[in-house]
Design a protein around this ligand. Structure first.
Ligand code: FES
Length: 575
């Protein structure tokens, strides 16, 4: 179809606009809750997929923000309906929200498909909610706009700014080293989360909200607005207004999510010093859009784009400062010569038009291409016999001496084994050792938990050691830092080479050459592989069993194989 839609073209027309018994049922039940024909006749029905829940502090404000969205929808002549979806509170969901990202994606897709929805407003922000919502919306294919929850205000302790996550790791390490008292630890607990909203460092949440905006899926500047700022509810109302027109214009994700849009998003990720987790999510989103994408694309673009955002954990400031500095529009303005400015966005305008006039107000927070925070991008992809399908490191957040290093491995079979060992006073470890954690991958974790920032062994803490090389098939929080090599693929649980590492083996890393090598002969590795036994499945039944049977590896985005775009799904029959 070309041009603007007519009322009879709306999906919701099949439910509400025809004269039959089923439509009578739909309309009469809407009347039963106080709506009338004036609410729906000839109007796009806008589904507000809201990941609010009482157990998710990052989304605590989304309950009232949905009312702001509804106001905008009504102003623009739409009919708003709110549909709750799982909240995926990063801090509370165990073993890890990553186990459930695909479940949210499926829920989003099927909520939209099974109901009379013409356009979607996707409300989320806490780590996995952004990719989960967007993956589902891509697969459904109707017009959709993403409303980011926005970051918390800066944390505060004794006049010092605290960053969520990053400063937890930092001060926990100091507490383990005996440098922080219980009273001070309690004060930090009370000061680090000052408001609702997502983590306010450049963690996975801030990274993914920015990526969504760079892809063209949210209003310009939306991803940088702090959750508690009055700009935020106004942005929500604007999004509500805009989605109605997007429906009439039939501006679907497929018209926005081109290969160039994904390149823009990856470049923004690099310039933001974004979370390593974003790689998995961007690969998954691109594949949902039917676009080939792998980790090599990240590495190629990483070499072209430096880090410009001086935000923790790679830099100094917090997301509130980033907003005052001009936000994502200003960063993209500094990056404009690297971007494809012709990409379409939810505004109906190009990304170039959206960033027109944006300026950097605080040049130490958002640097220029001539004066970057770090010369190369946020993430480097390494390959070698230890990670044939790749693994990642965030060089900007690591002690530079580890970017080229050879050391002896200390191998841990799983998380509990690792935790017992690192607390030992007699552990035979030096700062040059390489800690290796197995069984933290998509199947082994399960869910690829954020265990990749292995704690520094207690014995080294007292010597002042704060970084060393750590390798795992898990992920690490976007708020984490250090010389952590993550996402080793294939994972150890399915027999990847990581499963064969023994304590005492030598491993060599060269980030500049993008290589990772286990110095063990092929013959010895073959012997170890022959003796390796596949672990028993973790789940006998339920969602976990479905997950284990269908989950892909990290380099493929950890999506379910059956959710790949194998062809259009027909509209539901209405009988
Ligand atoms: Fe929700 Fe960090 S815990 S974004």
């Amino acid at each position: 179809m070309t041009g603007r839609k007519r009322a009879e073209d709306l999906r919701s027309h099949r439910w509400l606009g025809v004269d039959d018994m089923r439509s009578f049922g739909h309309r009469s039940r809407l009347r039963g809750i106080g709506y009338d024909a004036a609410d729906w006749t000839g109007k796009p029905l806008i589904g507000i997929i809201n990941t609010w829940s009482e157990i998710n502090p990052c989304h605590a404000h989304l309950r009232s923000r949905a009312e702001n969205v509804k106001r905008g929808v009504l102003q623009a002549g739409g009919f708003p309906i709110e549909l709750p979806a799982m909240s995926l509170a990063e801090t509370f969901v165990k073993p890890t929200t990553m186990l459930y990202r695909n479940m949210l994606a499926m829920e989003t897709e099927e909520l939209l498909r099974s109901h009379p929805i013409d356009g979607a407003v996707l409300m989320g922000g806490c780590d996995k909610t952004t990719p989960g919502l967007i993956m589902g919306a891509i697969s459904m294919g109707i017009p959709a706009i993403y409303v980011p929850a926005g970051p918390m205000l800066r944390g505060n302790w004794k006049g010092e700014y605290l960053g969520s996550g990053s400063d937890v790791w930092k001060y926990w390490t100091e507490k383990r080293a005996g440098n922080i008292s219980d009273e001070e630890w309690d004060e930090i607990e009370g000061g680090i989360a000052r408001s609702f909203g997502t983590c306010m460092v450049m963690g996975t949440a801030a990274t993914m909200m920015a990526i969504a905006e760079a892809l063209g899926l949210s209003l310009p500047g939306a991803s940088s607005i702090p959750a508690a700022d009055s700009n935020h509810p106004r942005m929500c109302t604007n999004a509500g207004r805009r989605i109605v027109d997007m429906v009439w214009e039939d501006l679907t994700p497929a018209k926005i999510l081109t290969p160039a849009a994904f390149d823009n998003a990856i470049k923004v990720h690099m310039a933001m010093g974004g979370s390593t987790n974003a790689i998995i999510h961007v690969v998954a989103m691109a594949r949902r859009a039917g676009l080939p994408m792998d980790m090599d694309t990240f590495d190629k673009l990483s070499r072209q784009v430096p880090v410009l955002a001086n935000v923790r954990p790679s830099g100094k400031y917090l997301m509130e400062d980033f907003f005052y500095a001009g936000g994502l529009r200003a960063l993209m303005q500094n990056l404009r010569e690297k971007l494809d400015l012709s990409c379409m966005t939810v505004t109906g305008k190009t990304i170039g038009e959206n960033i027109e006039g944006a300026k950097v107000h605080l040049p130490d927070v958002i640097h220029s291409l001539n004066d970057p925070v770090y010369e190369e991008g946020a993430t480097a992809v390494l390959k070698g016999n230890l990670a044939p399908n790749g693994c990642v490191i965030k060089p900007a957040a690591a002690d530079k001496r580890f970017l080229k290093h050879r050391g002896k491995a200390i191998a841990f079979e799983d998380y509990n084994h690792m935790m017992r060992e690192i607390e030992r006073d007699d552990l035979d470890v030096t700062p040059d050792h390489i800690l290796v954690l197995k069984n933290a991958g998509p199947q082994g974790g399960p869910g690829m938990p954020e265990w990749g920032m292995l704690p520094i062994p207690k014995r080294l803490l007292g010597q002042g050691v704060r970084d060393m090389i750590r390798i795992s098939d898990g992920r690490m929080s976007g708020t984490s830092y250090g010389a952590c090599i993550l996402h080793v693929a294939p994972e150890s649980f399915v027999g990847g080479p990581l499963a064969l590492v023994k304590t005492g083996d030598e491993i060599e890393i060269d980030v500049d050459k993008r290589s990772i090598h286990l110095h063990v002969s092929d013959e010895e590795l073959a012997r170890r592989k022959a003796a390796w036994k596949k672990p028993a499945p973790k789940y006998p039944r339920g969602y976990g069993a479905l997950y284990s049977q269908h989950i892909g590896q990290a380099d493929q985005g950890c999506d379910f194989d059956f959710l790949a775009p194998l062809g259009p799904i027909p509209e539901p029959e209405i009988h």
